[in-house]
Design a binder for this molecule. Structure first.
Ligand code: FES
Length: 580
């Protein structure tokens, strides 16, 4: 039997394992044949790794085994050889202290999984918040052809005639409980209505945002982001993506060809138009770092500042992802950006062509879901990047989720040293706080929490909620769930745990927030601030061992994406030969 590669333009990397008659080739092929694969599958056709973040403890991705079968069908049809590979799945709703602490670990594992094994192309099967960025980061660091297929959002939740948006409803109802407006029994009943089908969060939370970012970046086929998990068209998308990756391998269409600066600019503008999650800021910065693309926090402000938020979805608006899909989904939004002259139309996508070709014929089927510009939720969507003596390296705020009357505010700081301090004090009726105060939470950044938890939208004090107040200015170095809302300043950098100015704010200090001027200011004399910083000592000791130590020692600030310093950049697909 001969091992001439099939009709492919070049010898693929999988042939280093499978394509010959050496002892090593026989070793690799022979083992795989114990799964019942015929000999001719090793003839040089591309091996497609279906990198699957399925897991029963990642319920948002609980249907991805089924979807993987459709991907395989597409790969087979196009002449590839699909092999499903489980990869690290950082579930948002189970991982402690926060799934964010494991994004980089997952990205590192995926990178090594791809490079160390005979994979010519990869289908990234993702869904829950961290699974999408971690797999894209890993793929970018290998530059092996890759295509994203997300699991799709859940169907709408409904409770007593009202839409129940994942996360968003949870935050609202828990505030209603504290304010005495909802009973615990009703809360439990609502729980049954929150997640009524397979899929990811149905709001424009982080999962839907990152699915939209993958599509806007060009890493997923057009229309992928919004198709509900249980819609038959989700399975069709999986199958045609399986076909497509085979051709991408043939063309050697790599992540570095797709994720260019132009693609990231498209994604940032898209985030403004959809009212996407602030989490996209850290994830896109980290992804760009893997691609060697010079993307900064200021690009977020510059590019997103004048983009109107036109997608009327919770938490900024009214509807859910199911309705976004029926209205036409992300292609309609990208078309709008193109018509407004702010889309890089020639940016390449996994389709092999420019993004404009994919979206120029999109039709908006519901103008109450995807709004005309004159009815935009906010004319300046996107992410506001704030600076000042309280955030020299920047902080972010999502204007579309904030209260207009608080966008310019001066108030007395009420400080919580960490999340435990907040929990201990917030319900204390003697706490000196009212709605004019600024709540300050420290030590919840990348190193501080550790992992940069989504606690930045800390709940208001019950005595304020009982007055019917729904929002206050809140400042922290934490993140916020993409399903949350409020006038919440996040990602303050440098974080408190490394001695950033946030660490030395004291209860009673006055703080000024001016979103229009992009200013966050601690109103104390410069000399006093300098003295406080000089006197600062760390809040906690660093972890002594284990992954927590690796994380602490190497995680960078939120302002550059909170990646590990040693993981930035692309290390390519080459790997030393094995030793057998
Ligand atoms: Fe997994 Fe929202 S918690 S998608």
């Amino acid at each position: 039997m001969t091992f001439e590669p099939a009709e492919w333009p070049r010898k693929l990397r999988s042939q280093e394992w499978y394509g010959g008659t050496s002892r090593d080739n026989i070793y690799h092929r022979g083992w795989l044949k114990n799964q019942g694969y015929p000999h001719d599958l090793f003839d040089g056709r591309p091996v497609i790794g279906i990198l699957n973040t399925w897991g029963e403890l990642t319920p948002c991705n609980g249907h991805l085994r089924e979807l993987a079968e459709k991907v395989k069908a597409g790969v087979w049809e196009a002449g590839g050889f699909p092999l499903e590979v489980p990869v690290f799945s950082a579930s948002e709703n189970t991982f402690r202290p926060t799934a964010m602490m494991y994004r980089n670990l997952a990205a590192m594992a995926v990178e090594e999984t791809m490079r160390a094994q005979p994979i010519d192309g990869a289908v990234l099967l993702v869904g829950c918040d961290k699974t999408t960025p971690s797999l894209i980061m890993g793929a970018a660091s290998t530059d092996i052809p890759s295509i994203v297929v997300t699991g799709g959002p859940m169907l709408n939740g409904w409770f007593r005639g009202e839409r129940v948006g994942s996360g968003t409803a949870l935050w609202q109802m828990s505030e209603d409980i504290k304010a005495g407006k909802m009973s615990q029994e009703d809360f439990l009943e609502a729980e049954q209505a929150m997640s009524r089908s397979s899929g990811t969060c149905n709001t424009m939370g982080t999962a839907s945002t990152m699915a939209s970012m993958a599509e806007a970046l060009g890493m997923a086929l057009s229309g992928n982001a919004a198709i509900p998990a249980v819609d038959a068209r989700r399975r069709v998308m999986a199958q045609i993506s399986g076909r497509r990756i085979v051709q991408m391998v043939k063309d050697d269409l790599k992540p570095s060809d797709i994720m260019t600066k132009a693609a990231f600019e498209n994604a940032i503008r898209t985030n403004g138009a959809i009212g996407g999650s602030t989490n996209a800021v850290v994830h896109l910065l980290a992804m760009a770092g893997r691609c060697g693309v010079d993307l900064t926090l200021d690009d977020w402000d510059r590019l997103g500042r004048d983009v109107p938020t036109i997608v009327n979805l919770m938490p900024s608006g009214k509807y859910l992802m199911e309705e976004f899909f029926y209205a036409g989904g992300l292609p309609v939004v990208l078309k709008r950006l193109g018509e407004a002259g702010v889309l890089n139309r020639n940016a390449l996508t996994v389709s092999g062509g420019p993004i404009w070709d994919e979206v120029k014929d999109a039709v908006n089927w519901n103008e109450d879901v995807i709004l005309p510009v004159e009815k935009a939720l906010t004319s300046s969507g996107g992410i506001a990047v704030l600076r000042g003596n309280l955030a020299p390296e920047g902080a972010v705020l999502k204007p579309s989720a904030a209260s207009p009357h608080l966008m310019k505010h001066r108030g007395r700081a009420v400080v919580f040293e960490d999340i435990d301090d907040y929990k201990a004090k917030i319900a204390d009726e003697t706490l000196e706080i009212d709605e004019t105060c600024v709540m300050v939470l420290k030590n919840c950044g990348p190193k501080g929490y550790p992992g940069m938890s989504e606690v930045g939208n800390m709940g208001l004090p019950p005595k304020v909620l009982r007055k019917g107040i729904k929002d206050m200015v809140r400042i922290s170095d934490a993140r916020m769930s993409g399903t949350a809302y409020g006038t919440v300043v996040l990602h303050t950098a440098p974080e408190a745990a490394v001695g950033g100015p946030l660490a030395v704010v004291r209860t009673g200090d006055m703080i000024e927030l001016d979103v229009e001027a992009r200013r966050l200011h601690l109103d104390i004399p410069d000399a006093e601030l300098a003295q406080r910083l000089a006197d600062w000592t760390p809040h906690t000791a660093p972890p002594p061992s284990g992954y927590a130590k690796l994380f602490h020692d190497h995680v960078e600030g939120a302002d550059t994406g909170a990646d590990f310093d040693f993981l930035k950049g692309c290390r390519g697909r080459e790997v030393p030969r094995d030793s057998h």
